[in-house]
Ligand binder design. Structure first.
Ligand code: DGL
Length: 270
């Protein structure tokens, strides 16, 4: 990567419903610490996991269109499994910049499992997607994939980043809902197929009755972003990191100290 002192550098745009995409942003800024960042949260639409395919296939490209027009990013990352598994193709045809999606880490999980039984925790919308069926048949044939919808974990992760104690009953119920299925006793690898869930990795591991490896796709996405932007010249100082919400700016107040840990100190409303 060449670096430059002059000239405007376009930002990287990240998109999620709330703070979940920070799990992807965190891995990306380890590799690209100086990249200017716009992190967009569709709080007015959270939770996506309870919305229909038709609604998301219209909402996500429309919002990203407005964001791209306002911030002129070099690349956008849909840091949300629900939006990616439903709307990735729609977004790619609507935008003329590279679009990176976040899809369940079935391929790496398939390489890691020793028992051949993989668990997948996601939102209600994600776990029913044909996209997930295709990943399973392409990359985990011969393995068993057990799915469980844990929409309450989205709210638990949001609460944690507001500085509240996440509800331990919700975390225990998510683990039990996955492991108590027929065959669940053989799960040794769990895919965190919602970007909010890695924010609760320690709590999920503590609630598991035995050692289980929890994996997500964030590191792979970060490497992909580096690859797709290798011709860009990043600033020599860390670029600005902006948080933009479709909700009310006042509602972001409780998240400010968590967001400051990601270097985000400027807030805007879409
Ligand atoms: N973070 C989003 C995902 O990865 C989902 C959160 C929501 O339901 O809004 O699926």
């Amino acid at each position: 990567m060449t670096e430059t002192q002059t000239g405007e550098c376009p930002p990287l745009l990240f998109f999620d419903t709330g703070v979940g995409g920070l799990s992807v942003l965190g891995e990306t800024v380890k590799l690209l610490p100086n990249a200017p960042i716009v992190y967009a949260a569709d709080y007015a639409g959270l939770p996506y996991g309870m919305k229909s395919e038709v609604e998301l296939a219209a909402r996500v490209p429309a919002l990203l269109g407005r964001l791209v027009e306002r911030y002129k990013p070099a690349l956008t990352t849909i840091a949300c499994n629900t939006a990616s598994t439903i709307a990735l193709d729609h977004v790619r045809s609507a935008l003329d910049i590279p679009v990176v999606g976040t899809v369940p880490a079935i391929k790496p999980a398939s390489a890691l499992t020793k028992t051949g039984v993989i668990g997948l925790l996601g939102t209600r919308a994600t776990i029913r997607q044909p996209y997930v069926d295709r990943l399973a048949s392409d990359f985990a044939s011969g393995k068993i994939l057990l799915r469980h919808a844990a929409p309450e974990l989205v709210h638990a992760a949001e609460a944690k980043l507001r500085g509240e104690q996440p509800d331990s009953g919700v975390i225990e119920a998510a683990i039990a809902g996955l492991l108590d299925q027929t065959g669940g006793e053989r799960i040794d690898t769990v895919i965190l197929a919602c970007t909010h869930f890695p924010l609760l990795r320690d709590e999920l591991a503590a609630a598991a009755p035995r050692p289980i490896q929890f994996i997500d796709g964030a590191e792979g996405i970060a490497r992909r972003i580096v690859y797709l932007t290798e011709k860009l010249s990043w600033p020599i100082e860390p670029g600005e990191r902006i948080f933009v919400t479709t909700g009310e700016l006042a509602d972001i107040e409780p998240y400010r100290s968590a967001l400051a840990e990601y270097g985000i100190r400027r807030f805007e409303k879409l």
